[in-house]
Design a binder for this molecule. Structure first.
Ligand code: SAM
Length: 358
């Protein structure tokens, strides 16, 4: 592709994204396989208040010292730069993002960045009831709440802490904000919470909340992942179809979305499936990830990181901005075609999910 062609496609990108008023300042973030990057997940802490089996160690987790966390100023600085390169969707995650003090200040900052069209949080919901009013006030429009069970006993087994009632209070608190888009994310582990599939669906339908099931990926700190422990999306669709009647596939609205969404046979509610292990969606992946200490990653399963935090500072100079852009492009250029979980040579990343940002 010539430079002229590239800049034409750059203009087209901004129009396609519906952001003609925020033209890209340079070429979009396109990798070697033609994937244009529009989404960034930002981890704001690796600390969590529960210890889910599929993510964290039961005991002995070590966390980044406070002073190594990227400051809100630096996160905003980074988002301002990448939004000029076409990043439109930001999701704040962790660890547990609500454990980061004054998170609403970050939401307020990011919601004002030109070009950011979608600003969301993924949370376990335990601290949500208290923080939700200020988060919404700050500009939060969308929230995913992780909910894997409705049973106190199973919660304790899975999360190795108490807390289900707090999560339920968090979910209930969202009802006061009808404009907020809320989704429930569930992960089903074989021999742990398989009995929760129908109760979770019942709950989501009764609460008029969208529900998504995520397949268990080899990102647990204890390295206990095994293919047999993955309850696949296909199995879940079978269980749900047997109970509710055939699920009806919904049209795909955004190819970069990892989930395939369905409607229940009676039209009451939707359910989605993120089949990351059995039906990888890498060919449409448009995501980058920033760890809590400022390392940029191009894939959950990547083994390489780019230290963008080291380039961000309190008094950014024009040359700093160029160096950040160069680093981001290098990261995008090194992205692999696929995560390779099924490959014989697959080695999970050194970081577990809570240290990357889910
Ligand atoms: N603490 C927040 C929460 O619980 O939503 C945000 C971080 S958590 C790492 C984000 C999401 O990652 C959760 O929905 C969780 O289910 C998912 N997750 C964690 N470990 C996973 C794994 N090994 N495979 C698939 N999803 C995982």
């Amino acid at each position: 592709m010539s430079d002229a062609d590239r800049s034409m496609s750059c203009v087209a990108e901004s129009v396609v994204a519906g952001t003609a008023e925020v033209p890209l300042s340079s070429l979009p973030l396109t990798d070697r396989f033609g994937r244009v990057h529009r989404a960034l997940r930002i981890s704001v802490t690796d600390v969590c208040n529960i210890r889910c089996q599929y993510c964290m160690p039961a005991e002995g987790a070590t966390f980044l010292p406070q002073q190594r966390l990227l400051s809100f100023e630096r996160i905003e600085q980074f988002v301002r730069i990448v939004s000029e390169l076409g990043i439109r969707k930001i999701r704040i995650t962790g660890g547990e993002p609500l454990m980061r003090p004054r998170l609403s200040e970050l939401i307020a900052r990011l919601s004002k960045v030109p070009g950011v069209e979608d600003l969301a949080i993924t949370t376990n919901g335990m601290l949500l009831a208290a923080q939700l009013p200020e988060l919404v006030q700050a500009g939060l429009k969308r929230i995913n709440i992780s909910l894997d069970t409705l049973s106190d006993a199973t919660f304790k087994l899975l999360a190795r802490r108490e807390g289900l009632q707090k999560v339920m209070e968090g979910i209930a608190a969202t009802k006061a904000f009808p404009e907020l888009r809320v989704r429930l994310n569930a992960l089903i582990l074989r021999e742990v919470n398989c009995d929760d599939v129908i109760p979770l669906a019942e709950f989501a339908r009764a609460q008029h909340l969208a529900l998504r099931f995520i397949e268990f990926m080899p990102l647990d700190a204890e390295r206990a992942w095994q293919q047999q422990r993955v309850v696949t999306g296909e199995e879940l669709r079978r269980v749900l179809s047997e109970h509710y009647g055939p699920l009806r596939a919904l049209p795909v609205r955004d190819l970069s979305q990892p989930a395939t969404d369905f409607e229940f046979a009676d039209g009451l509610g939707t359910v989605g499936f993120i089949d990351s292990v059995t039906r990888p969606f890498c060919s449409n992946c448009d995501r980058l990830r920033l760890t809590a200490e400022g390392r940029l990653r191009n894939c959950l399963f990547g083994h390489q990181e780019w230290d963008v935090g080291a380039l961000l500072n309190e008094n950014p100079q024009p040359e700093d901005r160029s160096r950040v852009i160069e680093l981001v492009r290098d990261c995008v250029q090194h992205k692999h075609a696929a995560h390779g979980i099924g490959d014989a040579a697959f080695v999970p990343p050194e970081r577990a999910m809570y240290r990357i940002g889910g």
